[in-house]
Write a protein that binds this ligand. Structure first.
Ligand code: SAH
Ligand code: SF4
Length: 386
């Protein structure tokens, strides 16, 4: 592969994503939000406010380990300093515009950010155990127009900032009363993060990386990279960077086994076709048998769900430590596809399983509250417009 070309392409992606920058992290009264700053940036802010370096470590602990949002609760800091900090800074959270809990305990928030933009976050409990995954959004809307995806019908409004990305998880924890961050393996409901909400995380790489580094910091939230999965529709040049710098689990939205079909349903395929995408998967650094790449495959009736498709799928991914997540298509108003039948799903899953890949069929969750991802925001827009 031509590395120079890849570098140029990476630079192009990063420059383009800067056009959709989130608004500055300050409130109307000029106080700065401390959430979303890297450790170095937090130290610099506090230094500029006349504070000694050890304060940054202390404040970090209060924000990300204890989860406080009020300086007055930072009991290891003297009261006059608490007040001084509160006059200059805030510890922000996105505001929950709506919270819905499904009969199956799936919970969905529509979070509103400082400029009024909104994105969705979903908590999906594990059906067997007392834990679950928080599905986080990376953008408001999406530039990519996958044909089956409701978010894809919304044009990209902007990228979410690091504070807004980590803030979704922190606000979800507030809601479940799960502070302070657990030490070691203490069970928590909100125990894993999947970057599978609205938007393409690798088209907002800088903010996503910054947020995930905060989440993984051992002196704060301390979630291991093994507990984080990033889902991409296949932004090949950024996959290498994600592997090298973050080392989180990778999920790839494959959805089709032939370029002609994938060009149509995942239009990014025209830029990074299947062979290039799979090559990037093969070199993804943290992929191993213990940490397999998840191939997401949305089952669309009569389109990509034949036995021949299943056989081609296992041929394509042969040799990659992988599992295949079969996703029943979730229809939304105006969508043109239909979900595959249960028999077709099972037949497809069996072929993949017989080839040695685990191939769970994703159970639709929270259907009563959510339908397809991206819909809640559209509903909210509609209410505002009317
Ligand atoms: N942009 C990234 C991550 C967000 S989309 C990506 O495409 O991977 C996350 C997942 O939601 C994708 O795998 C996609 O297949 C799934 N999805 C989108 N629309 C859906 C629908 N209508 N029904 C079921 N799954 C859907
Ligand atoms: Fe964007 Fe992912 Fe939806 Fe495609 S599936 S439009 S990449 S959010």
């Amino acid at each position: 592969m031509n590395q120079l070309l890849t570098e140029a392409e990476r630079a192009r992606i990063l420059a383009k994503s800067a056009l959709f920058d989130p608004p500055p992290a300050a409130t109307a009264d000029g106080r700065r939000d401390l959430v979303g700053l890297s450790r170095e940036e937090l130290a610099a802010e506090l230094k500029a406010a006349g504070q000694a370096p050890f304060r940054a470590k202390q404040v970090w602990h209060w924000i990300y380990h204890q989860g406080v949002t009020d300086f007055a609760r930072m009991s290891s800091i003297a009261k006059p300093l608490q007040e001084e900090l509160a006059s200059k800074f805030i510890i922000g959270r996105p505001e929950a515009a709506t919270i819905q809990t499904s009969t199956d305990q799936t919970r969905k928030w529509l979070f509103r950010f400082r400029d009024g933009q909104e994105a969705e976050t979903v908590y999906i409990p594990d059906r067997q155990e007392d834990r679950g995954a928080v599905c986080i959004s990376s953008q408001v809307g999406c530039t990519l127009s996958c044909r089956f995806c409701h978010t894809g019908t919304q044009t990209l409004v902007r990228n979410l900032g690091a504070a807004e990305i980590v803030g979704q998880f922190m606000a979800a924890r507030d809601n479940y009363g799960e502070w302070p961050s657990p030490k070691g393996e203490t069970p928590r409901l909100l125990s894993t993060i999947v970057m599978m909400g609205m938007g393409e995380p690798l088209y907002n790489y800088e903010n996503v990386a910054k947020a995930l580094k905060i989440v993984m910091d051992n002196e704060g939230i301390g979630l291991s990279r093994r507990r984080i999965t990033l889902s991409t529709s296949g932004v090949v040049p950024m996959m290498d960077r994600c592997g090298a710098e973050l080392g989180v689990n990778l999920a790839v939205s494959l959805h089709a086994v032939r370029d002609d079909l994938r060009d149509e349903i995942v239009p990014l395929n025209r830029k990074y076709p299947i062979a290039e995408l799979l090559a990037a998967c093969r070199r993804y650094p943290s992929a191993s048998n213990a940490r397999r790449i998840t191939f997401e495959y949305i089952m669309l009736r009569g389109l990509n769900d034949t036995e021949a498709d299943a056989r081609e799928l296992v041929r394509l991914i042969a040799g990659i430590p992988a599992k295949v997540n079969l996703i029943p298509f979730n229809p939304w108003p105006g969508s043109t596809y239909e979900p595959s039948t249960r028999t077709t799903l099972d037949r497809f899953a069996n072929i993949v399983m017989d080839a040695g890949f685990s191939s769970p069929i994703r159970t639709p969750r929270g259907r009563d509250i959510s339908a397809a991802c991206g819909q809640l925001r559209t509903e909210s827009q509609r209410v505002k417009a009317s």
